[in-house]
Design a binder for this molecule. Sequence first.
Ligand code: 0X9
Ligand code: ZN
Length: 323
Amino acid sequence: NGYNVWRSWDEQGGIRDELYRLAKQNPQLVKLEVLGHTYQGREIIALKLTQGARGQADGTRPAVLYSSTQHAREWISTEVNRRLLNSFIDGWRANDKATRDLLRNNELWFVLVANPDGYQYTFDHERLWRKNLRDNDGDNEITRADGVDPNRNYPEHWGYDEEGSSSQISSDTYRGPSAGSEPETQAMMSLLDRGRFEFQVNYHSFGQWLLYAEGWQTGTPTADDPIYYALSGNRDNPAIPDFEPGLSSDVLYVTNGETTDFAHSQNGTLAWTPELGEGDDDGGFVFPDDEAQVQAEFERALPFALDVAKSAADPANPVSHLG
Ligand code: 0X9
Ligand code: ZN
């Protein structure tokens, strides 16, 4: 496809193929589930990793969801999450004791591309596309007027105000015609609503933030704060180096109809939105197509991702590599 690192959804050896291959090669560990289909008919795929994955009913072990690429152009989030998925599978295959223990006692779920239509579109047509591919104006072609922001469509304070999402179809934060209207939203909801996820890590880019829910809220302390603080670290010593942790509305901006807010308010899931990669408004979404830099970003994000997995069994006593 002309890139060193990035792989599209549809291409041979692309992300979809890899998910099927990993499931096929690791039947004892991996269960693949099609959560739903997009407007253009692409599958929205989740993998569950746990020992004896296929014989073990879902939700019987403490669960964590690692999701990514709701926003089509945020390729580094696919790639970091893909490497995380592979690191667990590789650790299992290599009989690494810590990995085996984690996967015996927990369910780790992965949705690498939550918006596969949009993601594919960024490879084929427009690198900086963000939303899904709903044909808002019904003219049978995709233009600026189309697409819904998958991260503004959830039935949690949906449409709460015009600042945290938009009613304008051409806006990049268009919230959709109704709460939960989008197939991508419904697919993710079918997973989030199934049982309790202790934690969700919803990778986005960019900005080097470690945001936590709830996005529509401003500065309200909650009973969950001690766990958020323990796992996120602080400004001087954040859980992902150089990522400023904080309530998303404080450090970034307010949102509504947002995924992690839904997970939190509906099911008590504690959820983060790491904003991977640095950059500015022009270049930030286009992470360098460079293996060393992509791997470094993954390695930077890894200890926090592992902390979350290790903490799922007893969230009230979080385990942090920060000590
Ligand atoms: O606006 C968003 O959806 C996210 N930023 S991005 O630049 N990747 O589009 C931030 C969402 C943060 N919201 C919550 N954590 N609630
Ligand atoms: Zn995003």
